[in-house]
Design a protein around this ligand. Structure first.
Ligand code: ATP
Ligand code: MG
Length: 749
C-alpha cells in the first residue's frame, strides 16, 4: 500500500510536483516569473532529504545571492524541520567555490589562507603591473584591463587558453602577457580575485581527476536557481561536478536573463539538453505571485523582445489594481511623493517591509534615502552604498587582513601609513624595491629593512613598531576572543585615535562604523571566517533585521524576490533603458534592459507603481528627461497613467531654487565645513629633506610634555626630556647629545 504523500507535496500543481518527484537524472525547469521555480527547488531538497536519498551534506544547491541562500535554508527548514541544518553546501557559486578552493589551494600555488581581492584591490594591482611593463595608465586604463580579465575568467579562459585574438586584445598586443603577470602577482600575494575562485577550481578538477572524483561522489544532487544567469565558467564547473550522478536540476527563465554584461549566457539553457541527453524539461505556466493586471502588463512588455523562447503565463488571481504610471516634475518630488504614498499605505495597514523601491542604478537610492531620513521612515539599502566599502571599514579590514595573512601586500600598503606614522611614499617605494628584488612580500621586506640603516631613524622605528605590533597582536590572538583582538589592533595601531582626533563632521559616524564592525565580527567563528564573509557578501542589511523597514535596492539585486508593493522610479530614457547599455550593446543591450523591466514589474504581488520625472539633476546640472520607451510599451488596458500637478505647473527656475534650499536645510552646513576647517587650521609645513618625508610642525607646547619623557625631534632624533622651560625643552638626545629645542618640533615617542 503506498504511503500517503508527504504534506509538502499537496500544495503543488501537477507540473511542479513532477519537477519535485523526478529526483533522479537531469531536469530543466524553464518557466516565467512567479511560477514557483524556487519553490520547486526548495521542495525538491526537502523531498530528497525526506526520502533519504541524500544526506544534507551531499546536496549542492546554488543560488544567486547570499540572501537567497539564507531564504532557501529557512524554507527547507520550514518544510522538514531541523534536518536542514546540515545543508552546508547551499550558497552562491562564489562562496561554494571559495570553500572548495581552500581545501586544495596548494594545487594552484596558493596557501589555504589566501585572501580574496575585491575590485579595488584588483585595479590597484593591475596599475602596478601596467607600470612595471612601462605602459601608460592613461592610454591603457587598469579598469579596462580588469574588466577584460574578468570576462576571460567568466569564459573559463586562463592565460594559456586565450585565443590569438584575445591575447592581442589589450595594450598593443600585450593582453596575454599582462594577464599572466597578474596571475603570477596574485600567487605571490597569496590572493585570488572573484573570477579565480571558480577558475582555479575548474583547473584543479581538470588536472587532478582524483580530486574531481571525490567531489563528484560527494554531491549526489545538484540544484541551481536562476540558471539563465550562469556564465560559461559556472556552467563548466557544474557540468564537471554533475558528471557522475547526473542528478542536476536547473531552474530558470530566459526572460529574466539580466547578467549578459557579466558574461551570463542564455545559451546555457539550450546547451543543457544536448549536454545532458534525455533531460526532462518541464514548463510551468501558472503564476502564483501577481494579480492579473500586473502579470498582463509585464507579459505585454516582454513581448517586445525578439530573442526569446516564448511562454504563456496565466493566473487564477483577480485582475487587481492596474499598474500605476506617475509623472513627476523632478527627482525630489518623486522621492517626496513616493514617501507620502508609502506613509499612506502604511496608514491603511501595510507594513513597511511589504514595500520596496527598485532602482536601475545604485546612485538613485540617494534621493529616497534623504527623504526617508527627513521624514523618519525606516529603510534599509540592500547591496547599495555598502557598509564594507566605507573608507574606515576598508582600513580596519586591511589591518585584519595583514593580521591573518601577513603577505597580503595590498592590505599592508593600505595601512602602512594610516594613521600617519612617517612612512611616506619614499619609504614604501624602498619596501617595494626590496620586495621585488628578493621576491618577498612587503611585510617581509619591512622586517628586513628595519634591521638595517636604510631608513631614517623615525621611519625605521615606526615601521619597527608596526611590525612588532602585528607580531604582538598575532600572539595575543591565540588567547583573546577575536572581537577583542580586533579592538586591540584598532586601538594600539593608533587607528581609532586618528578618527578621535579628527574634527570633521564625518568622524563620529566613522567611529560608530568601527564599533559596528567589531560587533559584526563577533558573529563569526574567527577573523579569517569574517574576512571571507566580507569578501563574499553581496548584500548588507542596515539596522536591526527585525525592524519594519522599506527596502531599497537595485533591480538586479531584486531578482527572485517578491513584495506586495513595488515602486519602480526613474523610468526615463537614458536612465532606464540605460544609455550606456544602448551605446555598448545596441539591440542586445536594449533587450537586456527590457528583461530588467520585466523582472521589476514581476516582483510586485499587488501594487506596482512606475514613475518618471521631467527633470533630473545630474552632477549638479539640471537635465530634462522624457519618459522611458518601456512605458509606451506597456499594454494600455492594464495601466493607469497619472500626471501630478507639479509636472505641468511652475517654472524650472523656481523649482530648482526651491530644491536647492531644501537640500541646504537638510544638510545644514555639513557639506561646507570640513573643507573650510581644513583650510583654517592648516599647519605650517617645511621640507627637511626633499627626497624623503615632509615634516609637519605640531601644536605641542611645553605643557604637553613631562620631564623624563621619551620624545622625538625631527632633526636630532630620539631623546629624553631633562628640563622644561615654557615652550622650550632641554633634551638629552641619544645621538646628538644635549640640546635645547622648541616644543612644537618635538613629538612624543
Ligand atoms: P522568479 O522567476 O521571480 O524567481 P519563481 O518562479 O522562482 O519566480 P517562486 O518565488 O518560487 O517563483 O514563487 C512565487 C510565489 O508563488 C511565491 O510566493 C510562492 O510561495 C508562490 N507559489 C509557488 N507555487 C505555489 C503553489 N503551488 N501554490 C501556492 N503558492 C505558490
Ligand atoms: Mg525564483
Amino acid at each position: 500500500v503506498p504511503a500517503a504523500p508527504p504534506p509538502y507535496l499537496d500544495g503543488l500543481n501537477p507540473e511542479q510536483r513532477q519537477a519535485v518527484e523526478a529526483t533522479d537524472g537531469p531536469v530543466l525547469v524553464l518557466a516565467g516569473a512567479g511560477t514557483g521555480k524556487t519553490r520547486v527547488l526548495t521542495t525538491r531538497i526537502a523531498h530528497l532529504l525526506h526520502l533519504g536519498k541524500a544526506w544534507p551534506g551531499q546536496i549542492l544547491a546554488v543560488t544567486f545571492t547570499n540572501k537567497a541562500a539564507r531564504e532557501m535554508q529557512q524554507r527547507v527548514a520550514g518544510i522538514i524541520g531541523g534536518v536542514a541544518e546540515g545543508m552546508s553546501w547551499l550558497g552562491t557559486f562564489h562562496s561554494i567555490a571559495a570553500r572548495i578552493l581552500r581545501r586544495h589551494a596548494e594545487l594552484v600555488g596558493l596557501q589555504p589562507n589566501f585572501t580574496i581581492l575585491d575590485t579595488d584591490d584588483q585595479v590597484r594591482l593591475l596599475k602596478q603591473i601596467l607600470a612595471a611593463e612601462g605602459m601608460d595608465e592613461k592610454r591603457f586604463p587598469a579598469r579596462n584591463l580588469a574588466g577584460l580579465i574578468d570576462r576571460w575568467k567568466n569564459r573559463a579562459l586562463t592565460p594559456e587558453k586565450l585565443g590569438a585574438d584575445d591575447a592581442q586584445s589589450f595594450g598593443d598586443g600585450k593582453g596575454r602577457t599582462l594577464y599572466a603577470a597578474y596571475q603570477e602577482r596574485l600567487k605571490t600575494l597569496n590572493a585570488a580575485d572573484f573570477g579565480d575562485l571558480l577558475l582555479h577550481v575548474i583547473t584543479i578538477f581538470q588536472k587532478h581527476p582524483d580530486v574531481l572524483a571525490d567531489w563528484q561522489r560527494r554531491f549526489k544532487y545538484i540544484l541551481v536557481d536562476e540558471y539563465q544567469d550562469t556564465n560559461v565558467a559556472q556552467y563548466l564547473w557544474l557540468r564537471l561536478l554533475a558528471q557522475r550522478w547526473r542528478n542536476l536540476c536547473c531552474v530558470g527563465d530566459d526572460d529574466q536573463s539580466i547578467y549578459g554584461w557579466r558574461g551570463a549566457e542564455v545559451g546555457n539553457i539550450l546547451k543543457f539538453e544536448s549536454d545532458f541527453p534525455g533531460a526532462l524539461v518541464i514548463r510551468l505556466e501558472r503564476n502564483y505571485r501577481s494579480t492579473g493586471h500586473i502579470l498582463a502588463a509585464a507579459s505585454g512588455l516582454i513581448a517586445a523582445n525578439e530573442g526569446r523562447l516564448g511562454k504563456t503565463l496565466w493566473t487564477e488571481d483577480d485582475m487587481g489594481e492596474k499598474v500605476r504610471v506617475i509623472g513627476y516634475w523632478d527627482g525630489e518630488e518623486e522621492a517626496r511623493a513616493s514617501a507620502d504614498l508609502i506613509e499612506g499605505m502604511r496608514g491603511h495597514g501595510r507594513r513597511l517591509s511589504e514595500m520596496a523601491i527598485l532602482v536601475r542604478a545604485g546612485h538613485q537610492t540617494r534621493a529616497f534615502e534623504e527623504r526617508f531620513v527627513t521624514v523618519g521612515l525606516p529603510y534599509r539599502v540592500i547591496g547599495g552604498p555598502r557598509f564594507y566599502e566605507r573608507q574606515e571599514i576598508r582600513d580596519a579590514l586591511a589591518y585584519f587582513r595583514v593580521l591573518v595573512s601577513p603577505d597580503d601586500d595590498l592590505a599592508f600598503e593600505r595601512i602602512v601609513n594610516v594613521p600617519k606614522r612617517g612612512l611616506g611614499d619614499a619609504t614604501v617605494q624602498q619596501l617595494h624595491l626590496l620586495a621585488r628584488e628578493r621576491n618577498i612580500s612587503l611585510h617581509h621586506a619591512a622586517t628586513l629593512i628595519t634591521e638595517t640603516d636604510e631608513l631614517k631613524p623615525k621611519a625605521r622605528s615606526s615601521l619597527r613598531d608596526l611590525i612588532d605590533g602585528f607580531g604582538r597582536w598575532r600572539a595575543a590572538g591565540r588567547d583573546l576572543p577575536h572581537p577583542e583582538l580586533a579592538e586591540m589592533v584598532l586601538d594600539e595601531s593608533g587607528y581609532t585615535a586618528m578618527w578621535q582626533a579628527d574634527k570633521s563632521a564625518e568622524a563620529p559616524g566613522r567611529l560608530d562604523n568601527l564599533k559596528e564592525l567589531v560587533d559584526a565580527l563577533a558573529g563569526f567563528e574567527s577573523l579569517a571566517a569574517f574576512l571571507d564573509h566580507v569578501a563574499l557578501v553581496m548584500e548588507i542589511e542596515r539596522g536591526d533585521g527585525n525592524q519594519d523597514m522599506v527596502t531599497l535596492m537595485t533591480l538586479h539585486g531584486a531578482k527572485g524576490l517578491e513584495f506586495p508593493v513595488v515602486f519602480l522610479p526613474g523610468w526615463e530614457e537614458g536612465l532606464f533603458p540605460s544609455q550606456r547599455s544602448l551605446d555598448e550593446n545596441g539591440l542586445a543591450g536594449l533587450e537586456e534592459e527590457r528583461r530588467l523591466a520585466y523582472v521589476g514589474i514581476t516582483r510586485a504581488r499587488e501594487t506596482a507603481i512606475i514613475s518618471h520625472a521631467a527633470n533630473r539633476r545630474v552632477y549638479n546640472q539640471w537635465q530634462s528627461a522624457i519618459p522611458s520607451r518601456f512605458i509606451d510599451e506597456l499594454p494600455r488596458n492594464h495601466v493607469e497613467a497619472e500626471a501630478r500637478p507639479g509636472l505641468w505647473g511652475g517654472t524650472m527656475g523656481d523649482r530648482g531654487f526651491g530644491s536647492q534650499l531644501r537640500e541646504a536645510d537638510l544638510f545644514g552646513d555639513r557639506g561646507l565645513s570640513p573643507g573650510f576647517q581644513r583650510a583654517a587650521t592648516a599647519k605650517p609645513v617645511r621640507h627637511l629633506d626633499a627626497s624623503f618625508e615632509r615634516v609637519t610642525a605640531n601644536e605641542n607646547t611645553g605643557d604637553d610634555f613631562a620631564r623624563g619623557q621619551r620624545v622625538f625631534h625631527q632633526k636630532f632624533g630620539y631623546g629624553r626630556i631633562t628640563n622644561i622651560d615654557g615652550n622650550k625643552l632641554d633634551i638629552a638626545f641619544d645621538k646628538a647629545g644635549a640640546k635645547k629645542v622648541i616644543a612644537s618640533f618635538v613629538s612624543k615617542a
